[in-house]
Design a protein around this ligand. Structure first.
Ligand SMILES: Nc1nc2c(ncn2[C@@H]2O[C@H](COP(=O)(O)OP(=O)(O)OP(=O)(O)O)[C@@H](O)[C@H]2O)c(=O)[nH]1
Ligand SMILES: [Mg+2]
Length: 462
């Protein structure tokens, strides 16, 4: 909040760099219209920029020397009916580097300050137009890598999550108020029933929280995508599989073992999930200096992987190298993809290898013919969604999931302690913790550090 100075006007290029039909310079603040008037002349003389709102005005932007910078359409959105609830001006220039750069410079010379990342949305939040979860949804919409991630973010911006969490927070607050009233004005005789009511209501809130949390794992997978590593010994067809799954000739494939020396990533969206597929150098003992470096990178990629596709070669059968790798991957989400089944079906030893890894499914594929690839993709999605498949996710961001877990733990504590006859003031403190945790999601109880961190992650101009 420290960076927010009421009233000063901020400006930024709101469209991505590069060439495009239109580029937008956005200005927000008390002086936005005055700044516009100092650099812009409408084509039509009858336009009074001090009165116009929510319409486009055609004209030209001029620099300090009076030279025309660009032919533009300007949108004026007067407070409070704007994105930030301040006066907002959007200058639609031609979408080229210099048109945007010189227009921005003219705006800055006119008295605006360059906005920091996320500062427009931060103002929208601080001025009460959006709560924190909704503001975060704006960044999520921009970053969404799959239709499912986008749908979740749009629902969050629409306030579905905020409404659910806000309702739960209100319920916790009423309980807290009741407990505190009881502390201040203890009523005799009714203690027993009051305690029962508290327990029943806390149970209800807990059930609602747990329902929200059940969809969280899936929500997170949809929102963040999953880093998926194709690993295996050399020459089994990892690179061929990456090419086949992405449908493009991205990486080099040869019959020479040790072809891939680096980790190469390519994205695919499968079943609404954005998978960042990484092809890696084949793992084996020995190898030249370059291969050894490549294998080190493979191992590092494996550490961060959300899913590993262990690739085997049906024609070569299971070797000691496959067994060693499988052992190293125990406890991780793994799928065994037995490749080259166009040459030979997967032998029993592959089934045994998969069975040695808990939760590991074996899929028979051929990168060459494409056989088994849709089934492999389905298995990948099933594995990353795990038990949360079928839940309707509403919570997707890690920050929200953690806050819900803290609220849940505090409420469980209330139940345990109420059952064990702890004094009311301790129960009140647990309830307060739960209430604060829920408030962190919508921002009603979020500290300025949390808020700053969230907005600094935004892109410029948003
Ligand atoms: N018959 C058949 N050959 C395949 C299949 N997939 C890959 N190959 C062949 O196997 C050889 C190795 O393929 P790559 O994709 O380079 O294998 P890799 O696992 O990436 O190998 P390294 O990068 O050396 O670790 C190439 O000659 C491919 O044409 C398949 O499904 N069927
Ligand atoms: Mg390769």
């Amino acid at each position: 909040m420290s960076r927010y100075r009421q009233g000063d006007s901020i400006a930024a290029i709101a469209t991505p760099p590069g060439e495009g039909g239109i580029g937008i310079v956005r200005v927000s603040g008390r002086d936005a219209v005055a700044i516009l008037k100092s650099i812009f002349r409408p084509r039509s003389e009858g336009v009074d920029l001090d009165r116009v709102t929510h319409r486009l005005v055609y004209g030209h932007v001029y620099d300090g020397a009076g030279s025309p910078v660009d032919e533009v359409l300007v949108g004026i959105m007067r407070a409070p009916h704007s994105y930030t609830r301040e006066d907002v001006v959007e200058i639609n220039c031609h979408g080229g580097f210099w048109a945007l750069r010189l227009t921005l410079e003219a705006v800055l010379a006119g008295g605006a300050r360059l906005a920091e990342p996320g500062e427009f949305t931060e103002r929208a939040f601080l001025n009460g137009r959006l709560d924190l979860a909704q503001a975060e949804a704006v960044a999520d919409i921009i970053r969404a890598r799959s239709a499912e991630a986008h749908r979740l973010a749009v629902s969050q911006l629409g306030g579905r999550l905020s409404a659910r969490v806000g309702h739960l927070a209100d319920q916790v607050l009423s309980l807290l108020a009741a407990v505190e009233a009881e502390l201040d004005f203890p009523m005799e005789d009714v203690g027993e029933t009051e305690g029962e009511t508290l327990v029943r209501e806390v149970r209800q809130i807990l059930a609602a929280l747990e329902e929200l949390l059940r969809g969280f794992a899936a929500g997170r997978v949809y929102r963040e995508g999953v880093s998926t590593v194709l690993a295996g010994k050399p020459n089994v067809g990892k690179s061929s599989l990456l090419n086949a799954l992405t449908g493009c000739d991205r990486v080099i494939v040869t019959g020479v073992p040790g072809t891939t020396r680096d980790v190469i990533e390519e994205s695919v969206v499968v079943g609404g999930v954005h998978l960042r597929l990484a092809d890696t150098a084949g793992l084996h003992a020995g190898g030249d200096a370059l291969e050894v470096l490549g294998m080190e990178k493979t191992r590092r990629a494996l550490v961060d992987a959300g899913l590993v596709v262990l690739v085997g070669d049906a024609a070569a059968g299971v070797t000691a190298e496959d067994r060693q790798l499988a052992q190293d991957l125990a406890g991780r989400p793994v799928i065994l993809a037995v490749n080259k089944t166009d040459l030979r079906p997967a032998g029993r030893e592959f089934r045994e290898l998969a069975a040695s890894l808990p939760g590991c499914r074996m899929m028979e594929v051929s990168a060459l013919t494409g056989a088994g690839l849709p089934e492999l993709e389905q298995a990948m999605v099933d594995t990353v969604l795990g038990n949360s498949r079928g839940e309707t996710p509403l919570v997707a961001a890690a920050r929200h999931g953690l806050a819900l877990e803290r609220a849940r733990d505090a409420l469980r504590e209330v139940l345990d302690r109420a059952g064990a006859g702890w004094p009311l003031d301790i129960l009140a403190s647990d309830l307060r913790q739960a209430w604060e945790a829920l408030g962190e999601i919508t921002g009603s109880a979020a500290g300025s550090e949390v808020i700053d961190r969230i907005f600094r992650d935004f892109c410029l101009g948003k």
